[in-house]
Write a protein that binds this ligand. Structure first.
Ligand SMILES: Cc1cc2nc3c(=O)[nH]c(=O)nc-3n(C[C@H](O)[C@H](O)[C@H](O)COP(=O)(O)OP(=O)(O)OC[C@H]3O[C@@H](n4cnc5c(N)ncnc54)[C@H](O)[C@@H]3O)c2cc1C
Length: 416
């Protein structure tokens, strides 16, 4: 069903009884050409682009829970293209371009809102390093502006300009960055993939990967065995567990990251802001809640909830940056399982098992990556090649030492 203004009017006149479910609820077939394990943002986008760009239709996405129950529906939704590392910057630049057309591409409103992202600078050293970063972003063809203190004050007057300890000296602004509605992204890709014939199978946990003579043959699931020509792993925080089913040990650890939401407030924060000292980022959702987060909890876990110590730490950082936050009430918090790679950058690659592919290591930044990751992974699975913008994400960089050192926390999350 195609969404349009005309359709809304039509449905309005017929009591809104004609809307169709966003995707079917098919029973798993006994065999597929391609199975994608994991119905998060990356898995659903991969299935969508496999069908759309490569014409493969006999695909299943196997999700152990429900669509949107993983990190794709738990994150703070920041989308930006301000990465400086060689391997990462073309990838995130491409992804932001895909975000800009995503609602039209999917015929589904993912509520991408380019409201800008301001990174605060608090010292001369930080101004210098952010200026360098701004120049790198500009040289790549994306947008970046350095603001002085007065310009930051004009842009975000509610920040703490009286702080002695963390004085605001300026900021790096990317106006095309912003936020999107996280679960709408999962639903939009699920709906798009389903319309192209992809079976989205919820409540279907993969419990084993069948391999014969070094070639993947299918998977074992909580709903029976399913044969497959190719299998793509795409399970974010559960990456190590799935890889272990195929006898692989990955350079990835799982950690908890929490997000927090306050009660709904009148429009107050007009952009996304990153604190320049300590780890804190905040935006305001369209419903009015302030959405914010900080550091990882700092220990390995598969729990989707965090601890009070980190909550206090994040609230302190928030209060230092915007003292008025002290008057708001925090309504909800939750955790997601981060797939932390050892260099803080992702992996999209074949594995040593024929026809078995891996996508993961998105750390705390994989929401913004969903469109580019899905289209790159689809290309890899369909053709065997990665597009140039994702060419640095090979698994063997951990063997050769060609790491893409973003601030990976890897084995030492406390040093982040
Ligand atoms: C609190 C928080 C804040 C974040 N903030 C941001 C941000 O502001 N910007 C940004 O870019 N990124 C952010 N991220 C990171 C981003 O959300 C993730 O990197 C990204 O969503 C991970 O990819 P995914 O969507 O495919 O993962 P998921 O949605 O977790 O999908 C993986 C799916 O695999 C399923 N699965 C696992 N095991 C199995 C199995 N055995 N069988 C079948 N299915 C299985 C899971 O149930 C899950 O649904 C944040 C994450 C968190 C938790």
């Amino acid at each position: 069903m195609r969404y349009s203004a005309l359709e809304i009017v039509k449905q309005g006149f017929s009591g809104n009884r004609g809307w169709k479910p966003l995707w079917r609820d098919p029973a798993p077939k006994s065999a597929y050409d391609i199975i994608i394990i994991g119905g998060g943002g990356h898995g659903l986008a991969t299935a969508y682009y496999l069908a759309k760009n490569h014409g493969v239709r006999n695909i299943a996405v196997l999700e152990k829970g429900y669509i949107g129950g993983g990190n794709v529906g738990r994150n703070t939704t920041i989308v930006r293209a301000d990465y400086g590392q060689k391997g990462n910057s073309p990838f995130y630049s491409h992804s932001l371009k895909l975000w800009e057309g995503l609602s039209v591409e999917l015929n589904y409103n993912v509520m991408f809102s380019p409201r800008g992202l301001l990174e605060l600078c608090h010292s001369d050293g930080q101004i210098e390093s952010y200026s360098r970063r701004a120049n790198m972003i500009l040289a790549r063809g994306d947008d970046a502006e350095m603001l002085d203190r007065d310009a930051v004050r004009a842009y975000a007057p509610y920040l703490n300009f009286h702080a002695e300890r963390f004085p605001i000296r300026g900021g790096l602004l990317q106006r095309r960055a912003g936020t999107a509605r996280h679960d709408a992204v999962a639903w939009g890709y699920a709906r798009g993939a389903d319309a192209l014939g992809v079976d989205i199978i919820q409540n279907c946990e993969v419990t084993g990967i069948d391999i014969e003579a070094g070639v993947v043959r299918g998977v074992q699931t909580s709903r029976g065995a399913i044969k497959a020509g190719k299998v793509g792993i795409c399970v974010a925080g559960r990456s190590s567990q799935l890889a272990a089913m195929a006898g692989m040990r990955l350079p990835i650890e799982s950690h908890v990251l929490q997000a927090f939401v306050t009660e709904g407030l009148k429009p107050f924060i007009n952009t996304v802001i990153n604190f320049g000292v300590g780890h804190f980022y905040i935006s305001q959702s369209d419903k009015g809640g302030l959405v914010f987060g900080g550091d990882l909890d700092g220990y390995n876990s598969y729990a989707q909830r965090g601890n009070l110590g980190r909550m206090e730490h994040v609230a302190e950082a928030g209060m230092s940056m915007i003292p008025a936050l002290g008057k708001t009430r925090m309504l909800r918090s939750w955790g997601g399982i981060m797939d932390m790679s050892m260099d803080g950058s992702p992996i999209i690659d074949k594995t040593h098992i024929e026809k078995l592919y891996f996508n993961g290591g998105w750390c705390y930044g994989g929401f913004k990556a969903i469109p580019a990751s899905g289209s790159a992974y689809a290309q890899l699975i369909a053709t065997g090649d990665l597009p140039a913008y994702a060419g640095a994400y090979r698994l063997n960089r951990f063997e050769t030492g060609h790491l893409i050192n973003e601030e990976g926390t890897g084995a030492q999350p406390g040093h982040h």
